[in-house]
Ligand binder design. Structure first.
Ligand SMILES: Nc1ncnc2c1ncn2[C@@H]1O[C@H](COP(=O)(O)OP(=O)(O)OP(=O)(O)O)[C@@H](O)[C@H]1O
Ligand SMILES: [Mg+2]
Length: 322
């Protein structure tokens, strides 16, 4: 039976958990974070899931700033909403954007809100936040519980889309800028410190840097979480295909809610159905480790129950003693 133990010595800096709604992303990412913290690694668990489920699981009020999880050494957590991300984006880039844009045209500071509402800016900035964390090297490992898939795919496309978008934008701005420069130099107005073209170029460099981090298999891993049903398997197949398209590697698939030891007709039926899909996954992806988690009789809440999932993920013990 496969597990996640090879992650322990991999030296990876970012492990992302993705998959469709309700498959167990928050449960498995919390269990993985708890495991690394117990190994003595300073661990940050990030959630971009809007439902604040980390606070529920760890029974700690987890907020938009990194805090230590109550009663767990080395484990820190942060829950960041897209509003918070946007707020930070404005603080970081707002002043330079306003300076550059107001050079081109008489605009009000609200222009920054308008630019900040461009689709994908919050996802791009979330990636920037994680990239900064890796560079700062304050944590040994960052575990990221992403929002439900579809969203994850969008997120992964972001740096590529962002670069394409910015390339087009730079071309437009270059022509506007040189026109304004000519008029202003004719009027004797001095040139501003950074132009919008230079700022956008800076963002492009940043996007490239983020893409390199995501694509580096020694630093980043994506773990897909799924359920042993047709819908889950099809979605995982699409996700893996998409990852491949962007040159992003995958090593593990977690299959959650697996029925074990069926002892009634109902569960025997489900068991056969699930096993068919698990076999399909194994056949389709012989190079990937398929990690199975049994369906527990209770919900997974509180550190003690998360520990049971940790046991399954890292010690290959199928335990149903919750
Ligand atoms: N193996 C399991 N056995 C029993 N219950 C489980 C198991 N895994 C997860 N659960 C429960 O299923 C529910 C959904 O799990 P979780 O919140 O981890 O999913 P998610 O993928 O993060 O969902 P969302 O997409 O809404 O963020 C939770 O109530 C959790 O306690
Ligand atoms: Mg979740």
């Amino acid at each position: 039976m496969s597990d996640l133990r090879d992650l322990e010595s991999s030296g990876k800096k970012v492990v992302m958990f993705g998959g469709k709604g309700g498959v167990g992303k928050t449960t498995t990412s919390s269990a993985t974070a708890l495991h690394f913290a117990n190994l003595g690694k300073k661990t940050l668990l990030i959630s971009s899931d809007p439902t604040q489920s980390l606070s529920d699981i760890f029974e700690t009020e987890i907020q938009a700033t990194e805090i230590q999880v109550k009663g767990v050494r080395n484990l820190f957590a942060v829950e960041i909403s897209s509003e918070e991300i946007l707020k930070r984006w404005k603080e970081k880039f707002g002043p330079e954007i306003y300076e550059a844009v107001s050079y081109l045209a008489p605009v009000k500071p609200e222009i920054v809100d308008y630019i900040g509402s461009a689709p994908g800016i919050d996802e791009e900035f979330m990636l920037d936040y994680i990239n900064e964390l890796v560079k700062e090297d304050r944590y040994d490992i960052i575990i990221w519980d992403t929002a439900p898939a579809g969203h994850t795919l969008h997120l992964l496309n972001m740096p590529v889309e962002f670069i394409n978008h910015l390339t087009a934008a730079v071309n437009i701005y270059t022509s506007v800028q040189s026109y304004v420069d000519r008029i202003r130099s004719g009027l004797g107005v001095k040139k501003k410190r950074r132009t919008i073209v230079e700022i956008i170029d800076g963002w492009k460099d940043l996007s490239g840097e983020i893409l390199r981090l995501l694509k580096d298999p020694t630093k980043t891993e994506f773990i897909t979480v799924t359920i042993p049903e047709g819908l889950g398997i099809n979605q995982t197949t699409r996700l893996i295909k998409e990852f491949g398209r962007y040159g992003l590697g995958l090593e593990h698939i977690i299959v959650n809610y697996v029925v074990t030891d069926p002892d009634c007709d109902f569960h025997k039926k489900r068991y056969r159905m699930q096993q068919k899909y698990i076999a399909k996954l194994k056949k389709r992806y012989p190079g990937l480790k398929i990690v199975e988690i049994p369906l527990f009789p209770t919900e997974i809440k509180g550190v003690e129950r998360i520990k049971k999932i940790e046991e399954v993920l890292f010690k290959s013990q199928l335990s149903q003693s919750l």
